[in-house]
Design a protein around this ligand. Structure first.
Ligand code: DGY
Length: 331
């Protein structure tokens, strides 16, 4: 029996690829940067399965370039906003992703950003490195208390709830905005569901945890930023385009909000000469929410398990387009 033909769009933790390499012919893109779209169109030709990253545009054209034998796309991420799921379903291609496994790690990072912005840690570290520390100062690098403050969580899915649990350890009051209500048992005390306007008006910290969809694109725009407190701190560890970058730049520059701490940006990567990086009240880190050794390894294991199941014509443990199983597909 011929082995399935697989393309992996970037190097992922090596150990997890073992079962894949045993069962399939695998080619791995060796570079640190993603394959350009036109190159990817070539690389996927004739493949039965692809392991993709959030940096790959996976659209109908790419699926058609691969050919009708393509039956599995396995995303090494929970977010699948780079994949045209409807196009995959239409073509009977199963898409897998990695939910759950990165929840706590991403919540850790979101909370680290919150703390770092509140207490101006990056500015403080730069101050010491630059040799500016000459004495203890009563007015030196004054920040904002985290304990007892109000945290507004936009999107109370798995990661939002994990951030809420961390906040309860800091005696924070948590407000959340979501289309659905969350079981209070899952989020702990001092948690209240409110509308977006109330959340923006009353929160000291606003942390975003929604997926990127047409509805959430620019949910934090100039109008939303204008409704926040001038002392408020915005945290984004979800997807860059959920925030209007230009509006954020102006809000920070004009003191409409106090600070932003971002794991994700629009554009991504953010060029070093981007105006946002000229501001002192911004922390940007390079989309490292899930970047712990353990979590990136587990994500890889899940991506491989999803791919192997889909190649075998089975329902993968974590399908991103479960509708595909309602279609009449020859698997
Ligand atoms: C995801 O999984 O969607 C994150 O953004 C990267 O781990």
């Amino acid at each position: 029996m011929t082995k399935p033909n697989i393309f992996v769009t970037r190097r992922i933790p090596e150990a997890v690829l073992k079962p894949l390499i045993e069962e399939c012919n695998v080619e791995i893109w060796p570079e640190q940067t993603p394959p350009p779209y036109e190159v990817l169109l070539e690389k996927v030709r004739g493949r039965d399965g692809i392991i993709t990253l959030l940096t790959d545009r996976v659209d109908a054209r790419l699926m058609d370039a691969a050919g009708p034998q393509l039956r599995a796309i396995s995303q090494y991420a929970v977010g699948v906003d780079n994949i045209d799921l409807a196009a995959a379903t239409e073509r009977c291609i199963t898409v897998g992703h990695t939910p759950g496994v990165l929840t706590e790690t991403t919540a850790d990072l979101a909370f680290a950003l919150l703390m770092a912005a509140a207490r101006r840690l990056v500015e403080g570290a730069d101050y010491v490195r630059q040799g500016q520390w000459v004495t203890w100062g009563p007015l030196l690098l004054l920040g904002h208390d985290v304990h007892g403050a109000t945290l507004g969580i936009v999107g109370m899915g798995r990661i939002g709830r994990a951030v809420a649990r961390r906040a309860s350890g800091f005696d924070m009051q948590v407000l959340y905005y979501d289309r659905v209500s969350v079981d209070p048992e899952l989020v702990g005390p001092n948690v209240e569901q409110v509308d977006l306007d109330t959340l923006l008006r009353e929160s000291d910290f606003v942390s975003i945890h929604v997926p990127l969809t047409p509805e959430t694109h620019h949910i934090i725009d100039a109008d939303a930023l204008a409704r926040m407190k001038p002392t408020a701190i915005l945290i984004n560890a979800a997807r860059g385009p959920v925030v209007d970058t230009n509006a954020l730049y102006h809000a920070l520059k004009e003191g409409k909000i106090a600070y932003a701490a971002l794991d994700v940006t629009d554009p991504e990567p953010l060029p070093a000469d981007h105006p946002l990086l000229s501001l002192p009240n911004v922390i940007v880190v390079p989309h490292i929410g899930s970047a712990s050794v353990a979590t990136r390894t587990r994500m890889g294991e899940m991506a491989v398990a999803n791919l192997l199941a889909a190649l075998a014509g089975e329902r993968p443990p974590n399908p991103a387009n479960p509708e595909v199983f309602e279609r009449e597909c020859r698997r």
